[in-house]
Design a protein. Structure first.
Length: 173
């Protein structure tokens, strides 16, 4: 963490202005650009937090004016940038919240927690492009190819080379 290689990866002033503009100026955008730079520097795992998505109130305004534009720009820039640099096939991008949102709007113009359906984006990492699963017209219940959190985790571990039946222990046992 103290190496010059990592220090340079964290310094966004070393990135061309055109690339910084492509990602955007938001905090998530800077995080996504740092993630790409850390991957280039040899980091094996990078985790980003994209802000407060707990929209129990003012859901639609926050999504439209703040959350979705920042996520859309930075995530699209990250995936495109990785692809253009020939890094996407070896890099798995995973984007998800901790659960879905109710199909019913609450009294505060928000959406509450909903564990029955949610969206997950996986890109790169050797996965075939496409859509898996579907929900009903209200996004309330899965209707086709439902995937559990265990299924998503198994997919990620499989892409990392771990099969579901594999047992992995630490060097200390």
């Amino acid at each position: 963490l103290r190496s010059d290689k990592i220090r340079r990866a964290l310094d966004l002033t070393l990135e061309p202005e055109s690339i910084r503009e492509r990602y955007g100026e938001s905090r998530p955008a800077r995080g996504a650009l740092v993630a790409r730079r850390l991957i280039e520097a040899g980091a094996r795992f990078v985790t980003l937090g994209f802000g407060d998505w707990d929209t129990h109130d003012n859901h639609f305004t926050r999504l439209r004016n703040e959350l979705l534009p920042q996520l859309d720009q930075s995530l699209a820039a990250l995936i495109a940038d990785l692809a253009e640099r020939g890094m996407l096939e070896e890099t798995l991008v995973y984007c998800a919240g901790e659960f879905g949102r109710t199909p019913v709007i609450n009294e505060n113009a928000g959406r509450d927690h909903w564990s029955k359906a949610m969206s997950v984006l996986l890109a790169g990492g050797g996965l075939r492009p496409g859509v898996v699963g579907a929900t009903d017209e209200h996004a309330a219940e899965p209707t086709d190819k439902a995937c559990s959190p265990d299924d998503v985790s198994a997919t990620i571990f499989h892409q990392l080379g771990f099969e579901p039946q594999a047992k992995v222990t630490t060097p200390g046992g």
